[in-house]
Structure formats: C-alpha cells, structure tokens
Design a protein around this ligand. Structure first.
Ligand SMILES: *Cc1c(COP(=O)(O)O)cnc(C)c1O
Length: 395
C-alpha cells in the first residue's frame, strides 16, 4: 500500500524544495547561548533564539533543574488528575499567578497545548472568537477545535476589531484573542484599546504573551503590565520555552473559574503528561531570577538600544518597535536569504524571513537580541552587517 503514498510524498517534498519552502535544520554542537557552536570548532554569535534573558544555559537553572530531578525523579508517567501532580507543580502554578498578578494558573506541556486547549472548554456554539490575523499558529489551531463562530480582524486594526464586535453582538460569549508581542515585526498588541473595546462590547480578552513574559513591561510581567491593564485581561497563555529558561512548558493564567474549568475540560491538560520535574525546578528558578534581577532586563534593553541605534546609523531600515525582535528590512527575498548566509560566514547567526512567512516584498532578517550578548558581540554584529551590507550594495 505504501508504494503510492511514498511517491506522492516524494513529489510533495520535491515541490517544497523547488519552491524554497523546505525547512532544513542546523544541528548545534553546544548548549543554547549568546554564542553557539554550529560546526565543530566554529562559534557564531546567536541572534535567532528566543533566549531574551540569556537564561537557557544559566548555571543556576541547570543546578535547580538537576536538584529537582534528584528530589522528585525523572518523570511522572501519569497525567495530572490520575497521579501526575507533585507539590512542585502546584508551587509553579502559584508562582506564575503571583508573578502575573492573576488568580490561578494551569500548566501545560507547551504553550501550543495551552492554546490548543483553551477555547473549546470556554466557548462553543452560539459564542464567538475574534482573532488578530497574525496570531500564532497554535491559537489558530485552538480556535479550529471550538464550535464558536470565528471572526478575524486585520493585524492590530482596531476599526476591524470593533466591526467584528458589532457583528457578533447577538452571540452569547465573545472572546478577543491576540498575541502580546508579534513574532515577525516585534510589535506589541494595543491592549489598552483592545480592553476598552472589550468593555464597551462586553467581551473577554485573551493574550498569548509567549514573546513577552519575562522581559516586557514592569518587572518583565508582560504586555498587560506594559499597558497597565492586568486586571482587564481575563486570561493569558504563555510559554516557559522562551525567556523563562527556554526548556519547555506553558500555561494558561487568569480568572479562577476559567482555570478551574480548564482543569475539568481542557483536553491537552487531561490527556497529556505535564512538565517533567526538572523543568518545573528550572522554571521556578527562572521566575525567581526574573523577579530579583532587574539587571538582566537592563542588559537586554542596553543591547537592543545599541543595536537599533548603530544599525540605523549604518544605513539599514529597521521596523520601529519596543521589543527584542528587530527586523532588518531587505525587502528583496533573494537579498535577505543571501545576506543571512553571508552573515553566518561572518560569524553572525541570523535567519532571513521571506514570503510566505512574511508578505511579498517584505523580506527581512530578523534579529533577536539577548541579555547573553556582550558589548563586544553586539559590536561584532553591527560590523558584520555593515561589511556585508556594503559588499551587497544594500547600504
Ligand atoms: C512560541 C510560541 C508558542 C508556542 O510555545 P511552546 O511552549 O513552544 O509550545 C505559542 N504562542 C506564541 C505566540 C509563541 O510565540
């Protein structure tokens, strides 16, 4: 039987390669860090990880994770509600709630699962989900699993959001959902206006703060804190796989009844193991560091400012923004890919993003800054951009 499927798959894979959509993975030879080894002996400065606070290989996290594994074992071999909840899982849920200023939190194996399991238990037939067009794939998948009516507004277009709220006024429950920080442009959702509209039209607000938790807003408490609307956002989903140590895991945090209902009905929670003890220990330590070490965020913001100032002065276009994601615009797809390759040869690891990941004619190199980068590394990056930019006639 496989014979025919095999040929079809081979054909599809060939097409992906021909269209330049085939994803190749680079195998790292070292832990994740500000600089990493991509080939034996070849170190490059890494600007494509979500390691915003530089905690991915922090010795304190590695220690905390090892200790927790010694105390609590390697795995749980059970879902939470059978026999897979340890004290540390409740402790992490309480810790996240305290950090985000929410009533309760529920852990998932990944934020992808948090988003996959958040809609179906809360909104169904007769309800509406109103979603930003650029929301993360996991939100889109989660929305698909619910029977609620779907509305989509153009990215951050408050006029279209209001239209959708008007059009859905006859429905029972409505939930507006948005990424807190959008990964391609690095822009922040207008939560102040979204919350105003939600109040006016009686809708719930959900924010996926995966690219923000740990470093955006006062205390790194994310985009609701950035806008001062913590008490007006009903639920937050976020990941432990980015700024908070980058291992894995995610959560939904918010109103007590919402979280309680998710514990009863959310399928990725009910039917999948939660975080391994080591990851819980590491994430608890990450939160402790995030809360006590303002210096990491200061370091990150210094690096961001340094890079933006210098790269603009050198003559590149960047998308203005207030996050650690800095898109350097090349516009031309070929140039973006070529420049990323050349930069890697120069010891700077960045990724070119082209259509269909970003719109046609909006090709770019996405630079993700980290607190792990030293001043010297930041300067090396700017020098390399300048060298390759001149060589390619871009600046
Ligand atoms: C990274 C990301 C996720 C997925 O997080 P995981 O914990 O790795 O599954 C979900 N939503 C957004 C907005 C993200 O950026």
């Amino acid at each position: 039987m496989y014979g025919k499927v095999k040929q079809e798959l081979q054909q599809s894979l060939r097409e992906l390669r021909e269209q330049g959509l085939y994803k190749k993975e680079r195998v790292l030879k070292s832990p994740q860090d500000g600089s990493i080894e991509v080939e034996q002996g070849k170190k490059v400065i890494n600007f494509c990880a979500n390691n915003y606070l530089g905690l991915s290989n922090a010795p304190e996290l590695v220690d905390a994770a090892s200790r927790t594994m010694k105390d609590w074992g390697y795995g749980l071999s059970s879902v939470r509600f059978i026999c897979g909840t340890q004290e540390i899982h409740r402790r992490l849920e309480q810790r996240v709630s305290k950090f985000l200023g929410t009533e309760d939190t529920i852990l998932y194996a990944a934020c992808f699962d948090a988003n996959g399991g958040v809609f179906e238990p809360l909104v169904g037939e007769g309800d509406a989900i109103i979603s930003d067009a650029l929301n993360h794939a996991s939100i889109i998948d989660g929305v698909r699993l619910s029977k609620a009516q779907r509305f989509r507004y153009a990215h951050s277009d408050m006029g279209e959001l209001e239209e959708a709220l008007k059009k859905s006024q006859h429905l029972r429950r409505r939930i507006i959902c948005t990424d807190g920080v959008f990964s391609m442009d690095g822009d922040i959702a207008r939560l102040d206006q979204i919350c105003d509209l939600a109040d006016r039209y009686q809708a719930l607000v959900m924010v996926d703060d995966s690219h923000a938790t740990g470093y955006i807003g006062p205390g790194g408490r994310g985009t609701p804190a950035y806008w001062g609307v913590e008490d007006r956002v009903d639920l937050i989903t976020t990941t432990f796989g980015k700024a908070l140590g980058g291992a894995s895991g995610g959560c939904t945090s918010g109103r007590a009844e919402i979280v309680e209902m998710l514990r009863q009905r959310s399928r990725p929670y009910l039917f999948s193991n939660t975080l391994a003890p080591a990851v819980v220990g590491g994430t608890l330590k990450a939160l402790e560091i995030v809360e006590s070490q303002e210096s990491l965020r200061e370091r990150l913001w210094e690096n961001i400012k340094f890079f933006k100032d210098k790269i603009s002065a050198v003559g590149f276009d960047i998308v203005p923004g207030e996050t650690a994601i800095v898109p350097v615009m090349l516009y031309d797809e070929q140039k973006a890919m070529k420049m990323a390759d050349r930069l890697l040869e120069e010891g700077i690891y960045v990724i070119g993003f082209v259509y269909p990941v970003v719109p046609k004619g909006k090709a770019r190199i996405r630079v993700q800054i980290s607190a792990a980068h030293g001043t010297l590394e930041m300067q090396q990056a700017v020098d390399a951009f300048r060298k390759v930019g001149l060589e390619m006639g871009i600046i």
